[in-house]
Design a protein. Structure first.
Length: 291
């Protein structure tokens, strides 16, 4: 697929409610075309992002490159900062979020390569199966649109909900529920607070990393996403179309997909996070839309 067709394909998907975003990032620095050996990347503050980035910094330094990371917690600024030219690349999001952000903001930030997968499921501290959930059970969901529907689809597949036909996961929400025989109620919370919310609800959706942080495994889940359903939620390093063709992008990929980073993921929480490095995100855009 031609890389410049990424945004065209994204915009061909159904329109969606726009994200609220600042018009400017206010971040210092900026990607510098004049410094050919410096790569500026904006990264979120959590271990699967920070630790591989630290490894990449050292690997690139040994090759004469300078990787300059800026760490943030915001999930809106990184794509705007890359699109505005303040940074060369970012590493904070999965494919479904990037895809939706491009559509909503009419940007052309594209996935460069995968770093790790972020599957999810439904866990409970009170019940051992979804069928045990009582009438009126409270279920915690991520509040952001690109993740909100993931639990709802798992509940649908378990026969506890009916949803509108033909609606992809990133457009699935409580508004697309057509039948709820158990009168399940939903509590929407920030994605990083899902594990803290779990004791207070009957069941909740968690990313596998958040589950592992509180001692839960995929085997403990009441429902877990199938491998094909996980593709849109693989986390990517992203940049502009122009940056994708540069030597900087090439060496950045080599650093993040190095044996040293692979070893780190293998040791992180017993290797719970997959590293799908044999896949090209641009070749999986159809899977992102079909989700």
């Amino acid at each position: 697929m031609e890389r410049r067709n990424f945004l065209k394909l994204a915009l061909a998907g159904a329109g969606a409610a726009s994200l609220t975003a600042a018009t400017g990032c206010g971040l210092t620095g900026g990607a510098s075309a004049s410094d050919d050996k410096t790569i500026k990347i904006i990264v979120t503050e959590s271990a699967p992002y920070q630790e591989p980035t630290k490894i990449a910094v050292e690997l690139l330094k040994a090759q004469g490159w300078t990787l300059e990371p800026t760490y943030v917690t915001d999930i809106v600024q990184p794509n705007l900062a890359v699109s505005n030219g303040e940074f060369d690349a970012n590493y904070f999001q999965h494919g479904a979020y990037l895809q939706q952000f491009n559509v909503d903001q009419k940007l052309e930030v594209q996935p460069l390569f995968y770093v790790y997968g972020s599957p999810g499921g439904i866990w409970s501290e009170r019940y051992s199966s979804l069928q045990e959930l009582p009438d009126g059970a409270r279920i915690a969901l991520p509040v952001d649109p690109s993740n909100n529907g993931r639990a709802l689809l798992l509940l649908r597949d378990a026969g506890l909900l009916e949803l509108k036909d033909g609606v992809g996961v990133i457009h699935t929400s409580q508004e697309t529920i057509t039948a709820n025989p158990k009168n399940l109620t939903f509590v929407e919370v920030d994605q990083q607070s899902l594990s803290k919310t779990l004791p207070d609800v009957d069941a909740g959706f968690l990313f596998v990393r958040l589950a592992a942080e509180i001692g839960l495994s995929p085997d403990d889940a009441l429902a877990f996403e199938k491998e094909a359903d996980q593709i849109p939620f693989r986390c990517v390093v992203a940049g502009t179309v122009e940056f994708a063709e540069t030597e900087k992008a090439k060496v950045l990929k080599e650093a993040y997909q190095s044996p040293e980073v692979k070893e780190w993921f293998a040791g992180y929480m017993d290797g719970v996070l997959p590293t799908p490095w044999d896949a090209d995100p641009l070749e999986e855009l159809d899977s992102w839309w079909q989700a």
